[in-house]
Design a protein around this ligand. Structure first.
Ligand SMILES: [Fe+2]
Length: 202
């Protein structure tokens, strides 16, 4: 699978401009993924606690599938920030990210089941546990060596999360898994365009 072209996005939410600059500075320090994601987790926790408004059109669920709206995509593809929206009843397959990631809940409840990243192909996945994440909570969802989970909407309203990844997650080839067999399918998440965009295609 060839990687698609990165299209940079600059957030116009002042609080996220500041957050994105902080993430940029942390990445520039060349920290290991554990240290980097802990620092981003702390920054995102503080950003959510201080409060901000996401742009219109980046919190809306899609009736057919979960959606990821690009809030910020670094020019060099070193990181991206998404508003990820799961409608009531929606969830993902078991999947990996092939990079680091930090997820903070903006509104609603996300239910996450984690799995050990398989060391060998075609073996059943080993479940590590399930957590509920509510508004204001921030979790390190992944480092490259430990990045497999399944997430779904909990509760009776859509869940909106701020997802920060160490790549342009809308163009990065990554794996989904059949947890029963370990069978792998490679996929790329596509960015949802904001409804206000001229071309509505995904
Ligand atoms: Fe994920």
């Amino acid at each position: 699978m060839t990687q698609q072209q990165i299209v940079p996005v600059d957030t116009d939410v002042p609080e996220l401009v500041t957050f994105a600059r902080t993430v940029e500075g942390l990445i520039a320090q060349g920290l290991d993924e554990q240290t980097l994601t802990s620092a981003i987790q702390a920054e995102l926790t503080a950003t959510l606690a201080a409060g901000f408004d996401l742009p219109a059109g980046t919190t809306e669920p899609d009736p057919d599938r979960y959606v990821m709206y690009p809030l910020h995509v670094a020019r060099d593809g070193s990181f991206s920030i998404a508003s990820a929206v799961w409608n009531v009843g929606q969830g993902t397959p078991v999947h990996g990210h092939e990079t680091w990631g930090v997820v903070g809940i903006y509104s609603g409840v996300e239910v996450e089941t984690r799995y050990e990243k398989p060391a060998a192909p075609d073996v059943p996945l080993v479940e590590q546990g399930t957590d509920d994440w509510g508004a204001g909570e921030v979790t390190v969802c992944c480092t490259t060596d430990d990045d497999v989970h399944q997430v779904r909407c909990g509760g009776d309203q859509p869940v909106v999360g701020i997802h920060v990844y160490g790549a342009d997650i809308g163009t990065l080839p990554r794996r989904s898994y059949d947890p029963e067999t370990g069978a792998v399918h490679w996929f790329t998440s596509t960015w949802a365009h904001r409804p206000s965009d001229a071309e509505g295609a995904r």
